[in-house]
Design a protein around this ligand. Structure first.
Ligand SMILES: [Zn+2]
Ligand SMILES: [Zn+2]
Length: 366
């Protein structure tokens, strides 16, 4: 193949364009070429499409990808875990690369805040060679230093992309704001991050989980993921009414941990009222800057709340996500999250599907 197709974001709020780029055949030292098998569509892609996060246009979107190694550059012999790598291996990779040397990487050990962090499908302009740095394409070029993971044969690509970046995001968030064994947990939002948060909270030992979200097919998924109760925000429309139900669910005191996975600023106002006194509130869903809200900070002091933020994830969270997916129960649930598959030339329909909450997880098969 002398050219490869890619779905390219050329202008915000405009349909993606199907473009062709020269197929790559050589990789430099430490680099890799991967033939894309399946590319997940993340909620972040919709934010990027709508221009809610600024990126260097044109961009090939897609940061949740599984593919097969075609070419390994000199010196690339092992994956991030130390497993040998060779052409033909099925792989996934951490979507971002950090510098390892800046104030946040080295001194403060918060590499997700690296001053020159770059993410596939987000930070690379497609006009610049090697062009192919996003998953919505038939081929992707991985930079030296990418944390590549060889996938075990019995771990389906569907489970890995079904879990997507949401699982590693939830693992990082819950590492920063731990759920302890026996905790009651409220998860706001039943999108991919909300479902992943339910899975991670359950696996961490939460014994009672309430999911607040919708629509009904997402609440059904939440129950399958382990939510003991759900509240449909379209059915129970009053915030005060939802608060009463949530408090009743947690024995009248509120949850030990509340995890916001919604993305609308107002959800923070609702969520901050839901932890018990001395409880924790993890704000995980506010990826795009969706504006200001007003709230009463007296709640934080009076309730002695721990309010925690979390941004992205590191390779070690991807590693742990893949380990969680080796458990058949979670593997099946995350794989089954995929309910819509589109070819590359229908990338716009795929984005519309995610935007309209019409499917579980939506993927492209380039
Ligand atoms: Zn994502
Ligand atoms: Zn750095």
């Amino acid at each position: 193949m002398s050219t490869v197709k890619a779905a390219v974001l050329t202008a915000y709020e405009k349909p993606l364009e199907l473009r062709e780029y020269p197929a790559l055949t050589e990789a430099g030292p430490g680099e890799a070429l991967v033939r894309v098998e399946i590319a997940g569509i993340c909620g972040t892609d919709v934010h990027l499409w709508l221009g809610q996060l600024s990126v260097p246009l044109p961009v090939i979107l897609g940061h949740e990808t599984v593919g097969r190694l075609e070419v390994l550059g000199e010196g690339l012999t092992h994956d991030w875990r130390g497993n040998p790598l060779s052409a033909g291996d099925r792989v996934a990779w951490a979507s971002s690369i950090v510098c390892g040397e800046c104030y946040y990487c080295r001194v403060k050990r918060q590499p997700t805040r690296c001053l020159s962090r770059k993410a596939y499908g987000i930070s690379y302009c497609a006009d610049t060679a090697p062009h192919l740095r996003g998953g919505y394409a038939q081929q992707i070029h991985l930079r030296a230093g990418t944390a590549i993971f060889r996938l075990p044969d019995d771990l389906p690509s569907d489970a890995v992309v079904g879990a997507g970046c949401a699982l590693a995001t939830a693992i990082h968030g819950i590492e920063r704001c731990p759920v302890e064994w026996g905790d009651s947990v409220i998860v706001q939002g039943t999108g991919p991050v909300g479902l992943a948060a339910i899975a991670v909270a359950k696996q961490a030992g939460a014994t009672r989980i309430l999911a607040i979200g919708g629509p009904p097919h997402r609440l059904e998924l939440a129950r399958r993921f382990g939510a003991d109760g759900t509240i449909d925000i379209a059915e129970v429309t009053g915030i005060e009414e939802r608060r009463k139900l949530a408090l009743a669910f947690t024995g009248g005191f509120g949850a030990d941990v509340v995890i916001e996975c919604v993305g609308y600023p107002d959800a923070v106002n609702e969520g901050i009222d839901l932890p018990r006194d001395g409880g924790k509130f993890l704000v995980l869903g506010q990826y795009a800057n969706a504006g200001n809200i007003s709230f009463n900070p007296h709640i934080i002091t009076r309730k002695q709340l721990i309010v925690q933020g979390s941004w992205g994830f590191e390779p070690r969270h991807v590693d742990r996500g893949l380990r969680l997916l080796e458990i058949p129960h979670w593997q099946r649930l995350f794989a089954d999250e995929i309910t819509a598959r589109f070819p590359l030339d229908q990338a716009n329909e795929a984005l519309e599907t995610v935007k309209g909450w019409r499917a579980g997880k939506t993927v492209l098969i380039p």
